[in-house]
Design a protein around this ligand. Structure first.
Ligand code: 5GP
Length: 189
């Protein structure tokens, strides 16, 4: 069985980790492929099944939990399950690539625990909780209620930062991009 490395980017929702993941994916020399998670939530505008997520019904998701098909899974928000399928990692390793994850802090630390040596776990820190709220509002993809739920969760998530291999503060996007690039490059070579 071929095994590459695992790069985890975790952060509170709205910290800009998705932008950083996309940036790293464009860097061919890093040889990364995105771990497409399974999710039981509805697709948001423009999201594509099999590209952004494997969108499953709650029922389908729970069946896969029972069948032990997940490396890790979690009920991130109520009835919104997210998880990494074991087949997804293997699909990417079989191509001779490293896996990059855009995943929440609990899932990220689970991956690190399962593959301690192969995983680089990076915590992307928002400049502040206030700034996080502004970013989520600007994104206009969630209702006020959902934004509040995500902001409340962010405080607990911030407390996990010291358990990660590295912390990158995203107050200046260009600087954050350069930092994650260097971290990943060093880890895979
Ligand atoms: P969103 O609904 O904004 O796409 O994602 C909500 C949260 O679920 C984000 O923090 C995202 O990183 C996390 N998430 C996405 N995929 C996974 C996964 O496979 N496992 C876990 N544990 N969390 C995930």
């Amino acid at each position: 069985m071929k095994q590459g490395k695992l790069i985890v980017l975790s952060a509170p929702s709205g910290s800009g980790k998705t932008t950083l993941v996309k940036y790293l994916l464009h860097k061919e020399e890093l040889n990364l492929d995105f771990s497409i998670s399974a999710a039981s939530r509805e697709p948001r505008g423009g999201e594509i099944h099999g590209k952004d997520y494997y969108f499953l019904s709650l029922r389908e998701f729970k069946d896969k939990i029972k069948a032990d098909e997940f490396l890790e899974w979690e009920e991130v928000y109520r009835d919104n399950f997210y998880g990494t399928l074991k087949t997804e990692i293997q699909r990417i390793w079989d191509q001779g690539k490293h896996v990059i994850f855009d995943i929440d802090v609990v899932g990220g630390l689970d991956i690190k625990r399962i593959y301690p040596e192969r995983t680089l776990a990076i915590f992307v820190k928002p400049p502040s909780i206030e700034e996080l709220k502004i970013r989520l509002k600007k994104r206009k993809t969630e209702s006020e209620d959902k934004i509040n739920m995500r902001v409340a969760k962010a405080s607990t998530e911030l407390a996990t930062a010291p358990q990660f291999d590295a912390i990158v503060t995203n107050d200046d996007l260009e600087k954050a991009k350069a930092e994650v690039f260097q971290l990943v490059k060093k880890f895979i070579t």
